[in-house]
Design a protein around this ligand. Structure first.
Ligand code: UD1
Ligand code: CA
Length: 453
């Protein structure tokens, strides 16, 4: 097999995006458009060239990959001219695979077919049949054999009616490609050097153009504006959701599920509507993610219930735990087995021991909590003195009464009980009741104020 070079065209400005970012840096799921193409190209090709123009520095910085060969196209004089820029660095006895930085969902299997055909026949072209071919180059065939590509702007009425169009993606023997690129001219409606003209040249040379027709429109769809970007995002999400469901994940509505990262899961997991997955998330067996949750870089065990409207980031959730509704688990938190984090509870950089419960309206930060602890409603660990963060240590079996403040650094000994409404500034001993409140009094000579006019 010959060496394969990818030449990714990415010099267009993408004015219709109405953005300060170059088009190929717009995001689809968790990657830029160009990254999607690069991933495919890098799996198949020994060298990857990216032809850049507008915003080149920004693109190179964002992609930050030393293995890529960046080629500048100073003026955008057409797709043929763009490919020419890479050719001096490419050996004749190789295959050049032409891809586009704004066509992100092209698949391996399709490209492999195209390359295999080019190995045999020298030139292989990827086309697609469209209900509405407007704007695209049309494929001209004679007796079924590809003869040429005619751009919309150069086409006659008969040609405009053809529904088979050029995707722009092709694989060509590099030596042949060089010969034909040298012969391109600008005798066309747009005054450009059309890459597409190499097809008629090869035919004139007696070559038979190998034809691959894309199975899926989405694979060859380009992104020119935010509407098309959103459409392809949906396609990407739907395809991904389909794979998850085929592997056993229950998605209540695959159209209301987004994964911008990687998700792994055990058996019998269920995800309700409007859940967003980011980064690396794993679910054990039999775990439920209720609606409106966001999970980012989370390792979630077996038999866990993440109840509605909860947000979990960079955290571990143990088997059998219950989180939410409306809970926020922030980075570096480890929620133990069978623990419960209830509504309006925020946990940050804390370990919660097995079976402990923080059920309502609390902030737990920089805390190490033992097992079987019960934290009453409205308890706050005061971890910040305005300058530094401090630790709170809570022993096994502790009970903290509602609306207490634990002023860190502070330690509550095993099985300690804290009376409700206490402000705890000193360590509290094991097994004892500790409280800090003023005694309750009722004033005898007090009268309710009277409203003044
Ligand atoms: C091109 C094809 C057309 C095909 C269509 C598919 C040619 C002459 N026409 O038309 O047959 O149906 O794509 O979308 O090839 N680019 C550069 N440098 C340039 C010109 C273009 O890098 O000088 C890049 C653009 O950034 C873009 C891609 O090449 O990603 C296609 O260019 P564009 O001008 O959009 O080509 P079309 O007119 O759409
Ligand atoms: Ca285009």
């Amino acid at each position: 097999m010959n060496k394969i070079n990818a030449i990714i065209l990415a010099a267009g400005k993408g004015a219709r995006m109405n953005s300060t970012k170059p088009k190929v840096l717009q995001a689809l799921s968790d990657k830029t458009l160009l990254q999607h193409v690069l991933i495919q190209a890098q799996q198949l090709c020994s060298q990857v060239f990216v032809v850049y123009g507008f915003g080149g520095e920004q693109v190179q910085q964002a992609i930050n990959d030393d293995s890529i060969k960046w080629v500048q196209q100073v003026e955008q004089l057409g797709t043929g001219h763009a490919v020419v820029q890479a050719m001096p660095q490419i050996n004749n006895d190789s295959i050049s695979l032409i891809l586009y930085g704004d066509v992100p969902l092209i698949e391996q299997s399709t490209l492999k077919k195209l390359i295999a055909q080019a190995e045999k026949q020298g030139v292989a072209l990827l086309s697609v049949i469209l209900d509405n071919p407007t704007g695209y180059g049309r494929i001209l065939r004679k007796n079924g054999k590809i003869q040429a590509i005619i751009e919309q702007k150069d086409a006659n009425i008969e040609q405009i009616a053809i529904s088979e169009v050029n995707t722009g993606i092709m694989a060509v023997n590099s030596g042949l490609l060089k010969v034909y690129l040298d012969k391109l001219d600008t005798n066309n409606a747009q005054g450009e050097l059309y890459l597409t003209d190499i097809i008629a040249m090869a035919v004139a040379d007696g070559k038979i153009i190998a034809s691959v027709i894309a199975d899926n429109e989405f694979e060859v769809a380009g992104v020119n504006d935010k509407v098309q970007l959103a459409e392809l995002e949906r396609v990407f999400q739907k395809n991904q959701a389909t794979k998850f469901m085929q592997n056993g994940l229950t998605l209540k509505d695959p159209l209301r599920f987004d994964c911008r990262g990687t998700l792994s899961f055990g058996q019998d997991c269920e995800i309700d509507v409007n859940v967003l997955i980011k980064g690396d998330v794993s679910l054990g067996d039999n775990t439920l993610i209720a609606s409106n949750c966001i999970l980012k870089n989370a390792k979630i065990g077996n038999n866990v219930a993440i109840l509605p409207n909860s947000i979990i980031e960079d955290a571990i959730i143990g088997d059998g735990a219950s989180i939410g509704p409306f809970a926020r688990i922030r980075p570096d938190s480890n929620i133990g087995e069978d623990a419960k984090i209830g509504n309006f509870v925020e946990v940050k950089k804390s370990t919660i021991g097995k079976g402990s419960k923080v059920s309502h309206l609390s902030y737990i930060g920089d805390t190490t909590m033992g097992r079987a602890v019960n934290i009453g409603a409205g308890v706050i660990t005061c971890n910040y003195d305005g300058v530094n963060k401090h630790q709170t240590i809570i022993g096994d079996g502790v009970f903290v009464g509602s609306d207490s403040q634990l002023i860190a650094p502070v330690t509550l000994g095993k099985n300690a009980t804290i009376g409700a409404g206490s402000t705890i500034t000193k360590d509290s001993p094991e097994g004892r009741l500790t409280l800090s409140r003023s005694k309750q009094i009722s004033l005898k000579n007090w009268n309710k104020p009277i409203k003044k006019n």
